[in-house]
Design a protein around this ligand. Structure first.
Ligand SMILES: Nc1ncnc2c1ncn2[C@@H]1O[C@H](COP(=O)(O)OP(=O)(O)O)[C@@H](O)[C@H]1O
Ligand SMILES: Cc1ncsc1CCOP(=O)(O)O
Ligand SMILES: [Mg+2]
Length: 256
């Protein structure tokens, strides 16, 4: 990736505004997600009790809804949080983990799509399934390439008015008319749990920034791609990659 694709002006906004980011995410990725947001300068808070989630969604700058370990009570709390965020004019972002592969979460995501998400970030199989164009991936992992899911991402963006990011070996970010292409990263990013989920949290936070939302979401994808490339070049495997990835996010400007 070229340095200008790092979108340093957006990164500057991100670090100075430090978006208060309400994460309703899965049990597997809580700490990693918070550490990714902190390394980029955001302020994460994981608030999940329904009454508190409804209250906090109106106060936070952005809301992430990630259905990775969805349960009925969590779905109810998420719905209350989304409605509160929308009423307060705060952007919310959907990560449709394993949608298509499992019926309960697929129904839930289809229902909340009507509640005007600002952005949707998923892997190729998830975006294809959410757009109704395939049956989903292998659990939380994709069985499709991001390029093959680009038409689905564009259709989903037009249908929902959300910015849709479909990620993989190349990331594509689209509003249904315009599409940004973000190469880079490393396959090691798929050998550490939570890179996709954490990216969705960064996308959620980026939706609270001023400026063009398509550019802001593309910038978020670019930061994670760059950190993945740098970390892979410095690590011996998934264990050391994880720490190097957080450090690379912290040091993004120095690598530009
Ligand atoms: N083969 C790959 N090469 C480079 N980067 C990748 C590759 N696969 C995924 N990534 C990156 O890993 C992160 C997680 O994406 P992805 O694996 O698509 O999501 P998920 O973890 O939700 O399945 C993104 O930043 C994406 O760009
Ligand atoms: C393994 C797993 N199981 C349920 S949620 C989850 C985490 C998925 O993380 P990611 O989508 O970032 O790979
Ligand atoms: Mg995922």
């Amino acid at each position: 990736m070229q340095p200008d694709l790092l979108d340093l002006h957006v990164l500057h906004h991100f670090r100075t505004r430090s978006p208060l980011t309400h994460c309703m995410t899965n049990d597997v990725v809580q700490t990693f997600t918070a550490n990714v947001l902190l390394a980029l300068g955001a302020s994460p808070a994981m608030v999940i009790e329904a009454e508190e989630a409804e209250q906090f969604a109106a106060l936070a700058d952005a809301l992430l809804i990630n259905v990775g370990t969805l349960t009925s009570p969590r779905a109810q709390a998420m719905r209350r949080a989304i409605e509160s965020a929308v009423a307060a004019g705060k952007p919310w972002t959907l990560d449709p983990v394993a949608v298509g592969a499992l019926a309960f979460r697929t129904r839930f995501c289809q229902q909340i799509l009507t509640l005007k998400p600002a952005a949707i970030r998923g892997n190729a199989s998830e975006i294809l399934a959410l757009a109704g164009m395939s049956a989903g991936g292998r659990g939380v992992d994709t069985t499709d390439t991001a390029a093959s899911a680009l038409p689905a991402a564009q259709a989903l963006a037009r249908q929902t008015n959300a910015i849709v990011a479909v990620t993989g070996e190349v990331d594509y970010v689209t509003d249904g008319q315009r599409t940004r292409t973000i190469p880079g990263g490393d396959p090691l990013m798929t050998r550490v749990v939570g890179t996709g989920c954490a990216l969705s949290a960064v996308v959620a936070a980026s939706c609270s920034l001023p400026g063009d939302r398509l550019d802001n979401v593309a910038a978020a994808c670019g930061w994670m791609k760059r950190a993945g490339s740098v970390a892979a070049s410095q690590s011996a495997g998934p264990g050391s990659f994880s720490g190097a990835f957080i450090d690379a996010l912290w040091n993004l400007e120095a690598q530009a």
